[in-house]
Ligand binder design. Structure first.
Ligand code: GLC
Ligand code: CA
Length: 535
């Protein structure tokens, strides 16, 4: 029996509740909708689900603007529905990870409403970051929100409050012990309801220092911090080294306290994964020191080019840095904030990369719809809901393309997602991507994911580290192959546009596209494809 904790090498399926399945015909996905589709989720071979926020929220930022973190928003159901979802997931041996948002509340949270009514310097305002205007009336500093526009909004008496995101998402003041006490209450609330772990939103942002210091290129920095804005990697990395409001030392004290809270639930193996995009990359490992959190997202694959040198560096660095703190890496190709991987690098490449990372040590995160090979939804500007689109006057289109609801079946849109008009339109061209269609087609992306996850469980979970066989650093042929062996499996990815021979031995287990031929005793890997061999 495998005695390592459940999350160590899990595959975790991210569900964006509003886009998964609508159970009551209002055009928006909901918790009972997710519960009704758990058999599908289980059939993928994943170990856990991560639910993006479903808490009470005016929904100005897709629910990441939380007005009551200990209740369910009526658009998603109620607390009983949450309890039932957890119970049904556990019945199927699926763990449940809730998404917690500690960096900010919604402006509709009772604390912020009280702060607006209270005076400058009051204890109500001390829970947020309220500052006086500069003498010339300008905001306290020049920071640009990650969604565009100033990071400050002025209230009636002339003070400004800080919001790294939308103006409806005031940042909390984590120097105030009341804030931590309230969050610990929230963590306990959900653990008591049955959740098995947390994804911590903006985990690197809670402690603010240098709040009154200007940044030399605030707009460039704001763009660099967005996963949906393309930017040259060197330029991005240089800017990311200068963030004044993320990754301060104080955040680690918070997670040390939380870890004690998690561990106090003996026998439960409560885990937490940090959304902490920090630079230099070595800093990410601090979040997963033995007395802090269990995992930290690796964002590199969400922006990396389909290039052997780039991918080699990302994989090698992530494994080796995590090893310094005895942790395993995480891998994600898509999430609700980034373009879908099939649109970003191409559909064959996306399948190849998925099969490549499913072989690696650590946990793999799969964003719902990724298993179908879904592209970004094609939207009109009038459909868009992401605050970024509005705050940049349309200059940045935002993240809605990745959030279009899932196509379940049938021949006409919205393909079984809802009996009503979906909250974001699904295009008729998604007919081939429905779960029903892909289940019927053994060559579909869906079957690739199911087969790969089954093989991953059978041969790779717990199989230890990798040995590189081909890369520009380790190999001998070209820069078109990346290959490693792990346990009994050899994984070979051909990144080029033509078939390539390789020396891999053993029996072919799975290939992400095309067929693997033999030539003069060598295996021929199709273009833009990954294959696994059992030796
Ligand atoms: C995280 C979430 C993103 C949200 C932001 C503000 O980055 O993933 O969706 O907009 O935090 O809460
Ligand atoms: Ca609904």
């Amino acid at each position: 029996m495998n005695s390592s904790p459940w999350w160590k090498e899990a595959t975790i399926y991210q569900i964006y509740p509003r886009s998964f399945f609508d159970s009551n015909g209002d055009g928006e996905g909901d918790l009972p909708g997710i519960t009704s589709k758990l058999d599908y989720v289980k059939s993928l071979g994943v170990d856990a689900i991560w639910l993006s926020p479903f808490y009470t929220s005016p929904n100005k930022d897709g629910g990441y603007d939380v007005a009551n973190p200990r209740d369910v928003d009526p658009r998603f159901g109620n607390l009983e529905d949450a309890r039932e979802l957890i119970t049904q997931a556990h019945k199927r041996d699926l763990r449940v990870i809730a998404d917690i948002v500690p960096n900010h509340f919604s402006d509709q949270h009772k604390w912020f409403q009280a702060a607006l009514k209270a005076k400058r310097g009051s204890k109500e305002r001390e829970r947020f970051h309220f500052y006086d205007a500069n003498e010339d009336g300008t905001p306290p500093n020049n920071w640009i929100s990650l969604f565009g526009g100033p990071s400050w909004t002025q209230v009636e008496d002339g003070q400004f409050y800080l919001h790294l995101f939308d103006s409806t998402q005031p940042d909390l003041n984590w120097e105030n012990p009341e804030v931590n006490a309230d969050f610990e209450k929230t963590l306990r609330f959900w653990i008591d309801l049955g959740v098995d772990g947390f994804r911590i939103d903006v985990a690197h942002g809670l402690i603010k220092e240098d709040v009154l210091t200007n940044h030399p290129d605030p707009q460039g920095l704001s763009n660099a911090l967005r996963l949906d804005v393309a930017m040259d990697s060197d330029k991005r990395n240089a800017l990311l080294l200068t963030v004044p409001y993320f990754d301060r030392q104080g955040v680690h004290e918070i997670y040390r306290k939380w870890r004690k809270l998690f561990d106090s639930y003996t026998g439960r193996e409560i885990m937490a994964v940090a959304e902490a995009w920090v630079h230099p990359p070595v800093n990410a490992t601090r979040y997963v020191r033995a007395d802090e959190l269990h995992q930290v997202f690796n964002f590199d694959l969400l922006t990396a080019e389909f290039d052997s040198d780039v991918l080699f560096d990302v994989v090698e660095r992530s494994i080796s840095l995590n090893a310094t703190v005895n942790a395993l890496p995480t891998w994600a190709l898509s999430n609700h904030d980034s373009p879908r991987v099939a649109s970003r690098i191409g559909d064959e490449q996306a399948r190849a990369l998925a099969l490549f990372v499913f072989g690696l040590p650590g946990s793999a995160y799969v964003f719902a719809g990724q298993e179908l090979g879904l592209p970004d939804g094609q939207l009109q500007d009038s459909d868009r809901q992401d605050p970024t689109f509005f705050r940049t006057n349309g200059a940045i289109k935002g993240r809605d393309g990745a959030r279009v609801p899932l196509p379940w079946g049938g021949d006409t849109k919205p393909f079984g997602f809802s009996t009503a008009k979906p909250w974001l339109p699904i295009s008729q061209s998604w007919k081939d991507f429905t779960i029903e269609n892909e289940l019927a087609d053994p060559k579909s992306s869906l079957h690739l994911y199911k087969n790969a996850l089954e093989l991953r469980k059978e041969f790779l979970v717990g199989a230890g580290g990798i040995t590189w066989l081909e890369s520009s650093q380790h190999g001998h042929k070209s820069d078109s192959l990346l290959s490693y062996s792990r346990g009994a499996i050899t994984v070979v990815m051909n990144l080029s546009d033509s078939a390539k021979e390789c020396d891999a031995e053993g029996k072919l287990l799975i290939v992400s596209g095309g067929t693997v031929d033999a030539r003069d005793g060598k295996k021929v890997i199709p273009a833009r494809s990954t294959a696994w061999f059992l030796t």
